[in-house]
Design a protein around this ligand. Structure first.
Ligand code: NAP
Ligand code: MG
Length: 395
């Protein structure tokens, strides 16, 4: 008998090569074993056009209602796509729409397979990074004063603070953030660390920025003490605040195995560094977590357009399905946790292990052999289908 589910998952289908892989994963690795229950939303660009993008909003509302979603990569239209798909409008990025409805934070974690080792040998476990996606320099205003002058910060109470008074050219920048956004970010971060049962680190530069960065630190502290301290204690995990430069130094010598919440700019820079150290975009998963704990799982990469055009010509492609597969297992595990379905949770872990073991024993898509190093194992690059079948056999 197949594994039963209680509540459906919200399934958000997508575009191009990942849409093909999506169907293959379901057919080869999920439907033969699980009585898969999903509420299906087709976010493929054709259907976004047909529904005037209402489908994206409906899918986000469904995640709010059901708690867990899994999303295939989707095209974010640009001028070329508007032509290619004959669009009536340049629809917004679905990820941006969903993120604003869920008020969520994106967490990125690497998939670590034996043989695909991080460039930093000490790192044994994933480091998940969360980037605050609001404000700071991304919502800043700037000016260049070639002749110099005086710049003041005028506050609503009528008082003023001098930013700079300089003869000769200078530059200034005004940035902001809000209590509300920082609080949501903190809640999402604590919730996510709790669901992974890993410590949460948060870093800023409050020794230098005594009001701005200090406010971040204080809000995280308030949310932790008020809402998460006991939950963390019973899960056996810790919350750790440290200065950003100290965090970087500690991370370099760590084993990994924690969640790192970062301010907007720090996350922008550090997420690219982490992705590179852990190997490949095709081995990076991503979860959007709302402050009240709703989750949407996806691969960090896009729709792999170049492979899709080859697929359309009839070529068998070797596109790595790992991140999309782990989006499914992540979502199934979360569903299993919420509905208390041990069999489903165990199956999801077995499926992840089958994929990791397949790679570790040398069978992988063609993006990975150049990164693979394991004694007595010669890596073999195979097609997506062959890889999924090998995982299926092992399962
Ligand atoms: P991409 O789809 O991530 O692919 C860029 C390149 O990275 C590919 O050409 C391929 O390199 C390699 N790659 C990425 N994923 C791979 C995988 N699973 N297996 C093997 N190789 C992989 O980025 P893009 O080409 O810039 O964007 C394509 C479309 O995706 C765009 O329309 C964009 O809007 C959309 N996008 C969506 C999301 C999302 O939904 N979350 C995120 C990013 C981009 P080689 O060609 O060298 O093999
Ligand atoms: Mg970046």
């Amino acid at each position: 008998m197949k594994i039963q589910m209680k509540t459906p998952l919200v399934e958000l289908d997508g575009d191009e090569m990942t849409r093909i892989i999506w169907a293959e994963i379901k057919k080869t690795l999920l439907e033969p074993f699980i009585d898969l229950k999903t509420e299906y939303y087709d976010l493929g660009l054709k259907n976004r056009e047909a529904t005037k993008d209402k489908i994206t909003v409906e899918a986000a509302e469904a995640i709010k209602r059901l708690g867990v979603g899994v999303k295939c990569a989707t095209i974010t239209p640009n001028a070329e796509r508007v032509k290619e798909y004959n669009l009536s409008e340049m629809w917004k990025s679905p990820n941006a729409t969903i993120r604003s409805i869920l008020d969520g934070t994106v967490f990125r974690s690497p998939i670590i397979a034996n043989g695909i080792s991080p460039l930093i040998p000490l790192w044994k476990k994933p480091i998940t990074i969360a980037r605050h996606a609001y404000g700071d320099v991304y919502g800043g205003v700037e000016a260049y004063l070639p002749e110099g002058g005086k710049v003041e910060l005028a506050l609503p109470d009528g008082s003023k603070k001098t930013v700079a008074e300089i003869e000769g050219g200078f530059i200034v920048q005004g940035t902001h953030n809000t209590d509300k956004s920082i609080r949501s970010f903190a809640r999402s971060s604590f919730n996510y660390a709790l669901s992974r049962r890993e410590d949460l680190w948060f870093s800023a530069k409050d020794t230098i920025s005594k009001i701005y960065d200090r406010r971040f630190r204080d809000v995280f502290g308030e949310v932790y003490n008020g809402e998460f301290k006991e939950k963390f204690a019973s899960a056996g995990i810790n919350y750790f605040y440290t200065l950003i430069d100290d965090a970087v130094a500690r991370i370099m010598r760590s084993e990994g195995g924690f969640v790192w919440a970062t301010k907007n700019y720090d996350g922008d820079v550090m997420s690219d560094m982490l992705a590179t150290v852990f190997g490949s975009l095709a081995m990076m998963t991503s979860v959007l977590v709302s402050p009240d704990g709703n989750c949407e799982f996806e691969a960090a990469h896009g729709t792999v357009t170049r492979h899709y055009y080859r697929y359309l010509k009839g070529e068998e492609t070797s596109t790595n399905p790992a991140a999309t597969l782990f989006a499914w297992t992540g979502a199934l595990k979360k569903r299993a946790e919420l509905d208390n379905l041990k069999e489903l949770a165990d199956f999801s872990s077995r499926l992840e292990n089958a994929a990791l073991d397949t790679i570790a024993e040398g069978v992988m898509t063609k993006d990975l052999p150049p990164l693979f190093k394991r004694e007595n194992v010669v890596p073999r690059g195979v097609s997506t289908k062959e890889f999924l079948n090998a995982v299926g056999e092992r399962l």
